[in-house]
Write a protein that binds this ligand. Structure first.
Ligand code: RP5
Length: 167
């Protein structure tokens, strides 16, 4: 079941290996919504639904997607599998895992052998939010109005930091 897909055709696919990743990955969706980027979020697993994952990613380009964000935990091969099935940019978000705190997810997402790249972000929520911001930056390359929004976002962030007072 997909979420966040109402309105115009989605440009960003946010895929996660399990519903248990959603609490973290909803934050990627929130950032994309903040920038008014149509997106689709859904659970697809490299090992539990391998055929459906491959089909979804193979069809992504013809459906108009421009970026895929793939999040998984543990032996996190989802982003690499996605990247193997498309030439769209794939951004990997390692999920924090119970046993190894996401170090397992980070290493299995980031250490792609040469030829099939995955742009890997930080573990957990910072990675989810930054993956969305990076997707916005990728889309902004051909969309001047989005570039302006990104500039405004950076300016607001800067102003907020400069306004901080320490009690
Ligand atoms: C991965 O295994 C998922 O991405 C999730 O982070 C992890 C645990 O999944 P569940 O056992 O919670 O479904 O496939």
């Amino acid at each position: 079941m997909a979420a966040g897909s109402s309105g115009p055709s989605p440009l960003v696919a946010v895929i996660m290996g399990s519903k248990s990743d959603w609490e973290t990955m909803r934050q990627a969706g929130e950032v994309l919504s903040q920038f008014e980027i149509p997106h689709e979020c859904r659970v697809l697993s490299a090992h539990r639904t391998p055929a459906e994952t491959a089909r979804y990613v193979e069809e992504a380009e013809s459906r108009g997607f421009e970026v895929i964000i793939a999040a998984a935990g543990g032996a996190a091969h989802l982003a690499g599998v996605c990247a193997a099935h498309t030439i769209l940019p794939v951004l990997g978000v390692p999920m924090e895992s119970a046993s190894l705190k996401g170090l397992d997810s980070l290493l299995s997402t980031v250490q792609m052998p040469v030829g099939i790249p995955v742009g890997t972000l930080a573990i957990g929520a910072p990675g989810a939010r930054n993956a969305a911001l990076l997707a916005v930056a990728i889309l902004a390359g051909s969309r001047p109005e989005l570039r302006e929004k990104l500039r405004r976002f950076r300016a607001e962030q800067r102003e907020k930091v400069l306004r901080e007072t320490l009690g």
